[in-house]
Design a binder for this molecule. Structure first.
Ligand SMILES: [Zn+2]
Length: 361
């Protein structure tokens, strides 16, 4: 039995706060929240206290760093239920603020997803199923833990962790494919061509949109870890795999076969939200009503501002790909998602779930 390689820090729990060995096989993961904002070290320090009579295998800090406190081969005291402790690998998760629905940072949530996938893989738990092998504290004792926010994310955690598990069984050639979305695992330079070379975009050359995604305090333009990108094109060069990012390129897998990005597939309901800004991936017709019908705005009817955004040389008014829209209203119709554009509408997602725009804010 092993521990996770994703661990950033080990803070061994006091020996009186857990049981050595396990009397049952590991068959599930149990998620907890800390009911407070902590680093991985601070969570570990709590379980080092003599007389705490509590512990967990792992803990995730608010910044996403992962701590190991009790080896997986040993039984943590976390679930308030001996049978469950014996069968579970337990994970404490820092909140990003106290109270309310007990939110968790995106960094901590992403680490939780990766850790869940890793624990499931090494312990042969198979595909993760909410409430079966991916469980939470409240299922085993009278507590509000892990809070409303994490409970609302259980489907998402399952889905994303299963994508990682599927991805690891998928050959690289299939995993990195055109038109897929990825989230960067680490900060990556923006290259002007799909190869390693003296071709990194200087930070001063990026536009105001991309600036918000930059990681580098130095002159190089780098996308932050956690940035979501959609790669319309994929290129291979000297064993590396590159994904297109606008006219530029991001390394998705290095020459050692190590993936630098994870495939993501946010459900459409969570992705398209009112008041958010989207960048169009394709030229899109401007429609007077949010539906497919004989309702396309004619190019002669658009104002001077909109004309600068137009793509179509035919009579139809179309907004060019790469134009950014803030959609104050959304409408759903026959499986499509429409975003408002002034008094008009633009299709953001097709009825087969193909996104026509990528969320940038
Ligand atoms: Zn708990």
């Amino acid at each position: 039995m092993s521990n996770s390689n994703l661990v950033n820090v080990t803070v061994p729990a006091y020996e009186g706060n857990y049981t050595q060995g396990r009397s049952k096989n590991i068959e599930k993961i149990t998620i907890h929240h800390c009911a407070g904002v902590f680093t991985a070290e601070q969570i570990g320090n709590i379980f080092q206290r003599v007389g705490r009579l509590g512990s967990s295998n792992y803990g995730i800090g608010n910044d996403g760093r992962i701590g190991l406190f009790v080896d997986e081969k040993d039984t943590p005291w976390t679930d308030g239920n001996w049978d469950s402790n014996c069968k579970s690998v337990t994970i404490e998760t820092s909140n990003s603020q106290t109270g309310g629905n007990w939110p968790v940072s995106d960094e901590a949530l992403n680490s939780l997803i990766k850790l869940v996938a890793d624990v499931a893989k090494r312990n042969n738990l198979g595909k993760l199923v909410k409430g079966v092998n991916l469980t939470w504290h409240k299922m085993y004792s009278a507590t509000a833990c892990p809070g409303d926010y994490l409970i609302s994310k259980m489907d998402y955690i399952c889905q994303q962790a299963n994508l990682i598990l599927d991805g690891e069984n998928t050959p690289t050639d299939e995993y990195f494919a055109p038109n897929e979305e990825y989230v960067l695992d680490i900060a990556k330079c923006i290259h002007t061509s799909p190869n390693l070379g003296n071709n990194i975009l200087p930070a001063e050359r990026v536009d105001s949109f991309t600036k918000t995604l930059l990681a580098s305090p130095t002159g190089n333009a780098m996308l932050k870890a956690g940035t979501e990108i959609k790669c319309l094109k994929i290129a291979k060069e000297n064993g590396r795999i590159w994904g297109s990012y606008g006219n530029c390129w991001i390394e998705l897998e290095n020459e050692y076969g190590e993936r630098q990005a994870t495939k993501t597939d946010k459900p459409v309901e969570e992705y398209f939200l009112e008041g958010k800004t989207y960048r169009l991936l394709y030229n899109k017709c401007i429609r007077k009503t949010p539906e497919l019908a004989n309702n396309i705005l004619q190019a002669t009817n658009v104002d001077a501002f909109t004309k600068t955004l137009l793509a179509s040389s035919y009579g139809n008014a179309m907004i060019r790909a790469d134009v950014e829209l803030t959609c104050l209203k959304l409408a759903r119709e026959n499986g499509r998602v429409w975003g408002s554009y002034g008094n008009c509408w633009v299709c953001l997602c097709n009825d087969d779930g193909t996104k026509q725009a990528i969320k940038i804010d």
